[in-house]
Write a protein that binds this ligand. Structure first.
Ligand code: IVH
Length: 675
């Protein structure tokens, strides 16, 4: 190796160090030490070295922050531990109950519990994996167990360290929220307007859209920020760490930004006080938040408390009240949904609600319009809460000048099919089924959506064209599309036609639960689809199930069972499914959703009132793990679970020498599969 070459190599390394340090000072510490021009000069020097000697470049070089590769799709990533959601507290009474529950379960009596309080950032959750201190993978939350790998895009986020400072262990997983600062959001929308591009409804949508760009150069121009809030498996990877507040300090040491508002608080009073303080300064913050997250501070206590369903028991999100404004209801129109449901939609005079301009709001159904006594032309209160669709809350009757009633049309505005209502339902539907263009388009759109088959690049506008031109009749026809056909459509170039076909083709390997959800069966949402997949395990068993069989699935009652049967019995729809299978759609056995049979053949009796889950939930949790619940205590019962006021079954259990466990022990038993 020549002398010059090794000097250049050393210089490249030094430049990377200086530039990384400068960004840290600028973006994290808010205390720049280099002038912008000095930074630019060093940056240009590094780029020219890396261009000339590509082998000296590295993925962690600051030059990589400008974005590089263009991806066709985002590979999926299985999370090392599920990315959970949080239970919400809406009213003060919810938070009071939460605090009471924590004190009971931790046996604190009258003593105050200590919580770590942090804003609930309104962005999107990201998991970052570092090996030997180097960022190797970034993924979105996805459905909680599988996300999308967005590493290239995340590298462009300046407040995410590419290399950790301090002394990290060899594997570190940090989770947090990618957000767009209000200022950056406004700048972006101004640029978009000038360029005649779409404007984003709010910072969260802008952040999500930017992070899911296939071209990371675009992400790099979008100015995203990151707040870190958790360190996965902290007690295992960081032996001495004992609390959430220590985690927060470690995250700072590694070079992350955490919220400067975060603090430990004591007891219900501390919770309320923090909440009111942050609510008062919320509008002055640089970023959007929609509540406060409280976590029991001690990690040991967190572990004791464990999880219920998809949320930790030790944490809660206390949401700020929804934001309301008054505006004029200009008209009420109707929209046709996937299952033919006719939804009245309010057309409103534009009004800003919580920073977002609202022009449409849902009115749910005709009964709701009648119940709320809403008339066309009224001034109405409009509410937006977090990411839910805005809704019309009530009319201001005192400002009414005339009365114009909404009349439900008798014919479908999309297909002229008849509109009717079943007696026990409040929803009117277009009865034309898949003969209705709108229903076909909506069902295809649902099929492609993220939680369904997750086919990238197939949006509403494209589907409308495909249906209109009769290129696609059902979602099975998507798999017959060729790039040559697609590229004849408006706004579809040759390259994107190819990308779309690849995305469609790649979607064929899926999971049973996604497949069930994608079909768009009335009343079958994502959760029900998962329950069905794990209960029946195979598609053949599912379609052979009678309504009675279906009702044995947790949470499925007669109405849902009937809609499932009706779907599979419809000759047109079952034909579509057959074509799908012919086109090569397949799925692997879904272990992730099938709980390990940790309680196989174990017999349980439940007695007394449980605090954390209902009887039905407890029964379900036992059954999905292969256990059985019976009502009478006998010698072959394995466990009697004692709630509050257990009654005579406790005595009988003691007499027979059957093992009794309290609620906390029961919950640990359920969770022991995760160990
Ligand atoms: S802790 C077990 N802390 O809220 C989940 N989450 O509703 C632990 N979020 O997916 C999450 N700010 O994306 C936590 N300070 C914060 C948060 C936060 C926002 C999001 C997160 C999560 C969602 C759950």
């Amino acid at each position: 190796m020549s002398d010059d070459y090794s000097k250049i190599k050393i210089r490249a390394k030094e430049l990377r160090r200086i530039l990384n340090e400068a960004s840290h000072e600028y973006y994290i510490l808010d205390n720049p030490k280099l002038l912008d021009s000095e930074y630019d000069q060093l940056f240009t020097e590094l780029i020219s070295i890396e261009k000339k000697y590509p082998e000296l470049s590295s993925e962690n070089s600051p030059t990589q922050r400008v974005g590089s590769k263009i991806l066709d799709s985002f590979p999926s990533v299985s999370h090392s531990s599920p990315m959970l959601s949080l239970n919400n507290a809406i009213e003060a009474s919810d938070i009071k109950k939460f605090d009471q529950r924590m004190r009971d379960l931790l046996s604190l009596g009258e003593a105050d519990a200590t919580y770590f309080a942090e804003p609930k950032f309104d962005g999107l959750a990201i998991a970052l994996r570092y090996v030997d201190g180097v960022l190797v993978q970034a993924s979105t939350r996805g459905d909680g167990s599988t996300g999308e790998q967005v590493t290239e895009n995340v590298r462009t986020v300046r407040s995410i360290p590419l290399v950790l400072s301090g002394n990290p262990p060899n594997i570190v997983e940090v989770r947090g929220e990618v957000v767009m600062m209000k200022r950056d959001f406004n700048d972006l929308n101004q640029r978009q307007t000038k360029a005649g591009e779409k404007i984003f409804a709010n910072p969260r949508n802008a952040a999500a859209g930017s992070l899911r760009q296939h071209d990371s150069k675009i992400t790099a121009t979008r100015k995203l920020s990151f707040f870190a809030y958790s360190l996965e498996n902290a007690t295992r990877s960081h032996g001495t760490v004992k609390s959430q507040s220590e985690i927060s300090s470690i995250l700072k040491e590694y070079g992350f930004v955490t919220s400067s508002l975060s603090d430990s608080v004591r007891g219900l009073q501390g919770i309320q006080h923090f909440f009111e303080h942050v609510a008062a300064i919320r509008s002055n913050l640089d970023y959007e938040i929609d509540g406060i997250v409280y976590k029991v501070n001690s990690l040991e206590d967190q572990q004791k408390l464990g999880y219920v369903a998809r949320a930790p028991r030790y944490a809660i999100a206390y949401k700020f009240p929804p934001q309301e404004e008054i505006t004029k209801l200009l008209d009420i129109e109707v929209q046709v949904g996937r299952t033919g449901a006719i939804t009245p939609v309010a057309r409103l005079a534009p009004v800003r609600v919580g920073g977002v301009v609202v022009t449409n709001a849902t009115l749910h159904n005709q009964d709701e319009i009648a119940r709320k006594q809403i008339k066309i032309g009224d001034f109405v209160v409009v509410r937006r809460a977090g990411d839910v669709i805005p809704e019309v809350v009530r009319p201001i009757v005192g400002r009414r000048t005339h009365i114009e009633e909404f009349v439900m049309p008798t014919l479908c505005p999309e297909c002229n099919g008849e509109i009717s209502k079943e007696a026990e339902e409040s929803v009117y539907r277009c009865t034309a089924g898949m003969k209705c263009r709108a229903q076909r388009a909506q069902s295809i759109w649902h099929f492609c959506s993220r939680k369904a088959m997750n086919i990238d690049g197939v949006g509403e506008r494209l589907i409308d064209q495909l249906v209109e031109l009769k290129l696609v009749d059902s979602f099975a026809d998507l798999y017959r599309l060729e790039p040559e056909i697609l590229s004849t459509l408006e706004r579809v170039g040759k390259k994107s036609a190819e990308n779309i076909c690849t995305a469609i083709s790649n979607s064929r390997m899926t999971s049973l639960s996604r497949f069930i959800y994608s079909l768009g069966i009335r009343n079958v949402g994502e959760q029900t689809a998962k329950e069905l997949a794990s209960h029946f395990e195979t598609y053949e068993r599912l379609i052979a199930a009678t309504e009675e069989d279906l009702m044995k699935t947790p949470d499925i009652g007669p109405v849902v069972a009937r809609s499932i049967r009706q779907y599979f019995d419809d000759p047109y729809l079952s034909g579509v499914i057959e074509s799908l299978i012919e086109m090569g759609l397949s799925w692997k056995q879904e272990d992730a959703n099938i709980k390990k049979r940790t309680l196989s053949e174990k017999k349980f009796v439940l007695t007394g009132t449980l605090n954390n889950l209902s009887r039905d939930e407890a029964k379900q949790e036992i059954e999905v793990r292969g256990g059985v619940v019976t009502s009478a205590v006998s010698k072959n019962v394995d466990y009697v679970v004692l709630g509050e006021k257990p009654g005579s079954k406790l005595k009988r259990a003691t007499d027979l020498g059957v093992k009794t466990i309290d609620e906390l022990m029961f919950i640990r038993l359920l969770e022991s599969e995760n160990e």
